[in-house]
Design a protein around this ligand. Sequence first.
Ligand code: NAP
Ligand code: GDD
Length: 364
Amino acid sequence: MSTTQKVALVTGITGQDGSYLAELLLEKGYQVHGVKRRASSFNTQRIDHIYQDQHETNVNFTLHYGDLTDSTNIIRIIQEVQPDEIYNLGAMSHVKVSFDSPEYVANVDGIGTLRILEAVRILKLEKKTRIYQASTSELYGGLAENKNAAGFYDENSPFYPRSPYGVAKIYGFWITKNYREAYNIYACNGILFNHESPRRGETFVTRKITMATAAIALGKQDCLYLGNLNSQRDWGHAKDYVEAMWRILQQDVAEDYVIATGVTTYIRDFVRFSFAEAGIELAFEGENENETAKIVACNNPEYQLEIGKVVVRVDPQYYRPTEVDLLIGDPSKSKKLGWEPQYDLAGLVKEMVASDLEILKRNR
Ligand code: NAP
Ligand code: GDD
């Protein structure tokens, strides 16, 4: 290890963002340490390609067993690693599931953030270690009256979280800001709007849609059941968003930033774009629980589907007790970071559908 090599510690390294961030930091020459949870079956699929490399060429990647609910474990790992940068990405990140396990989410997503900050303070690393906290657009709760005059959520928009996940993350946001002000720690919130990729968890709406698109196109699934088709999200690509995380920690002054595309799209339209990517044109009809989408054209020579077949239906079990109807972020401040996303929504959908088609064809 060279004396100038930077050391990063990433919680949530086995997740979507953790895997892209690990790749980015390794490319930049960092020594990367990740915290992974013990599981009864393998949970490292997203980083196996990096881990396997380690046995040949990559000595810069180390995994530590750990959990954000365990303070002593967090303190010990940080003491061993002595990181220059900590990226706290670990979380129970599913909004709907947070209604089923609210206390656990408060512990991991809220108090887990405090555990990281306290560990840095206890170990007297305030001057050495910079901390990135994975905050979220869920903090805004989608209240129309809280958008700025231009119709976006920005760094000054009021928060109104609408789920146990959002409420836990608001604690993480404020405790990060408080430790920055109280102890002069370089600790920042990235208020990231939704970001997706072929590595997105399979129960988030975009991946559920692209996987179903591939499965229906290849005759392996009859119908896709979704919840609220009327909500709108500002979707970017995770690969772009981890670059923004890194940039947030490279500034002279620690600040919080919104990371977004500034474009919002209905869930229904994501479904339409996804099927179109596989050459399938859909028409939606009906409302609420009775809304359906049927095939009106199929232009892919590889597979022919029956015209008129209903392939999307609504199942109210996917509705949430309180919904965030609309998210759209103002990326103006992020320009100060020199950050520009490389993907637009069309590019994101294309990559996700192509990847899911390939996975299913490989397993055929
Ligand atoms: P993800 O794919 O669900 O990954 C979450 C990671 O956290 C996984 O590595 C998971 O480990 C780990 N984790 C869960 N519980 C933990 C615990 N108790 N202790 C330690 N680690 C734990 O989420 P993501 O999409 O990569 O998101 C990364 C972070 O950004 C999360 O904090 C999320 O809330 C936040 N965020 C995400 C978005 C988005 O659109 N993706 C937007 C804004 C903010 P396992 O693999 O073992 O489950
Ligand atoms: N998951 C899911 N499954 N969502 C559905 C479904 C379905 O079958 N049908 C409709 N939706 C709607 C949800 O009601 C929500 O309005 C929208 O699709 C997006 O849901 P998710 O993809 O689960 O993401 P999210 O916006 O709730 O949360 C994600 O983004 C946040 C940032 O805004 C997660 O990644 C959070 O961790 C992140 O903080």
